[in-house]
Design a protein around this ligand. Structure first.
Ligand SMILES: Cc1cc2nc3c(=O)[nH]c(=O)nc-3n(C[C@H](O)[C@H](O)[C@H](O)COP(=O)(O)OP(=O)(O)OC[C@H]3O[C@@H](n4cnc5c(N)ncnc54)[C@H](O)[C@@H]3O)c2cc1C
Length: 293
């Protein structure tokens, strides 16, 4: 039990996980670590690696479905890494734990162009970067200059964007992201920038079930196809299992009607996978990450 002793200052026991996720589903972490700096993240990773501990890293919890019950593997959460450095030339150095929704509205309010088309995407800066979050108006990789990562050797190093392996809703960043450097542009017309953000939020408000807890899209869209549209055409919208339901608004979302369990959501995901495979021959890739004990 030595790593628990080494990090007792930053260790919480039996931390409930559902409140840390947008789905509001899941059990609790027996061991929950909240490092205070990038260097401390590196120390944690090194010690955990030395003791062959496999950990989970939870950001804003907007892309994960957590199993019920007690998770024994250590959880890391970077909410204490939460500052932003603003530079005159539009360079922003953002800690991994910084809330992304807040960052987007702050940059737009201050007249910086670059994040307005990513408005409404929940998560923390680290998770947004790891998932290369985005949509019809672009992806986070478009404005990233470099990413700082802590490794299991205890190092903290910078990686240029080109080395991050960004692809559709994924990246190949080897380690825990501790900071991200964004390059934004000064916008002369503040009204136009605000309008662009409002237009983006309006589309999301009309097309996504934002009044109920969910984990966003469950599946990545196969090239040229929309999972939401296929689910709609297959008549699966509104299907319920336990307290989970395939959204009536967007067929790629499953919503929590209250007290939904991991198994309820998983059942519906499997229904979609099977029906889409039968109808189109496509094996869907899960975008939502399922975290089993
Ligand atoms: C209502 C709703 C709407 C959404 N709309 C969109 C959308 O339009 N576009 C889109 O792309 N996504 C969307 N999503 C999904 C979600 O917002 C993104 O996937 C986001 O990137 C998740 O960030 P997070 O911090 O919550 O990551 P988490 O869900 O906490 O984690 C996701 C993955 O990232 C890893 N991770 C987290 N932090 C770090 C870090 N510091 N270093 C390395 N890895 C890390 C985790 O270990 C995990 O593997 C939506 C979700 C919801 C609930």
């Amino acid at each position: 039990m030595s790593w628990q002793n080494t990090f007792r200052d930053i260790l919480e026991l039996d931390r409930p996980l559902a409140p840390l996720t947008t789905f509001q589903v899941g059990g609790w972490a027996a061991y929950f670590l909240r490092p205070r700096s990038a260097a401390e993240v590196g120390e944690v990773l090194k010690v955990l690696a030395g003791e062959e501990q496999v950990f989970r890293l939870i950001g804003g919890g907007a892309n994960v479905l957590v199993e019920d019950g007690c998770h024994q593997r250590p959880f890391l959460h970077l909410d204490r890494l939460s500052t932003v450095q603003w530079h005159e030339d539009g360079q922003l150095i953002v800690d991994a734990g910084y809330p992304f929704l807040k960052l987007v509205s702050e940059t737009v309010r201050q007249g910086w162009r670059g994040l307005q088309g990513l408005a409404g995407i929940p998560g923390q800066m680290g998770g947004i970067c790891a998932m290369n979050a985005g949509g019809r108006w672009g992806e986070i990789k478009d404005v990233i200059s470099w990413v700082e990562v802590a490794t299991s050797k205890g190092e903290v190093k910078r990686m240029p964007r080109e080395a991050c392996g960004f692809a559709y809703r994924s990246s190949q960043i080897p380690g825990v992201i501790t900071r991200v450097c964004l390059q934004l542009d000064k916008e002369g017309d503040l009204g136009r920038l605000k309008q662009e953000m409002a237009a983006c939020l309006k589309v999301k408000g009309a097309s996504q079930p934002l009044k109920l807890p969910s984990g966003g899209c469950c599946f990545a869209n196969p090239p040229g196809l929309s999972v939401g549209q296929i689910v709609d055409e297959l008549g699966l919208k509104g299907m319920r299992h336990g307290n989970a339901m395939i959204s009536e608004i967007h067929g790629n979302f499953i919503v929590n009607l209250g007290q939904a369990r991991f198994d309820h959501v998983l059942f519906l995901m499997k229904q979609i996978e099977g029906a889409v495979l039968d109808a189109t021959g496509h094996v869907l890739r899960r975008e939502l990450q399922l975290w089993q004990r």
